[in-house]
Design a protein around this ligand. Structure first.
Ligand code: URA
Length: 221
């Protein structure tokens, strides 16, 4: 923990949220509390039509201080029912791959581009992605990961600002350095685990990308 983080924790402990030093107003809230506040905001969000059909907002979960973030497309049926990301069949495959490298889900952070389930698992619409993007951007800024593994084309196109039809097969495995929230983050697109459930042949490439991300994040030597 840095000296600044210790000071922030102490100020929070004695009940201060903000400190004024001369002309400068400092927020004494730590990123973890700000992330919780963001989640509360997301839970009330109705900026697009998906709020009318959702059971739960699936904000994201994991270690808010991790170096590795996973971003998928949108919650599916199980995720919508449980309010947790990647808990259905595709999620179980993702968890299995992480465990293969001795990494548990709670050591990384997992979220989606869109926080509410599109009806019948249809693709999220461009206006839904646009309405939800500020939540993802703020999550990335607060968590400040070293590396983001984009699971599938929607996550990669959104974070890398690529044209709508860009195929994942063309962009997977490449390391992109992108500035998000005022700092540089490495973004690696890879296949979506749901794709792997239908195409087991994609697994070696997925594992290569996952290993690369785990190495950059410091989970592997
Ligand atoms: N697919 C996704 O993209 N995200 C989930 O949370 C589950 C399935």
């Amino acid at each position: 923990m840095t000296q600044l983080e210790k000071l922030i924790e102490f100020l929070n402990l004695i009940g201060y949220d903000e400190v004024r030093i001369g002309e400068v107003q400092l927020s004494a809230k730590d990123p973890v509390s700000l992330l919780k506040e963001l989640e509360e905001e997301a839970k009330k969000c109705c900026k697009c039509r998906l709020c009318k059909t959702r059971n739960n907002v699936v904000f994201g979960e994991g270690d808010p201080r991790t170096n590795l973030m996973f971003v998928g497309e949108a919650p599916g049926e199980q995720e919508d029912l449980q309010g947790r990301p990647f808990v259905g069949r595709a999620g179980q495959l993702l968890t299995k791959f992480l465990n293969l490298y001795g990494v548990s889900r709670d050591k990384v952070y997992i979220t989606n581009v869109v926080k509410c389930r599109p009806p019948n698992n249809r693709d999220p619409a461009p206006d839904e992605i646009k309405a939800c993007y500020p939540f993802l951007e703020k999550q990335i800024e607060l968590i400040a990961p070293k590396v983001i593994l984009c699971l599938g084309a929607f996550a990669a196109r959104t974070i890398l600002n690529l044209p709508e039809k860009t195929p994942i097969s063309r962009i997977r495995g490449k390391e992109h350095r992108v500035e998000i929230g005022g700092r540089e983050v490495i973004v690696i697109p890879t296949f979506h685990p749901a794709y792997l459930l239908r195409n087991r042949r994609g697994e070696p490439e997925f594992q290569k990308d996952l290993e690369n991300a785990l190495r950059i994040a410091g989970f592997l030597k």
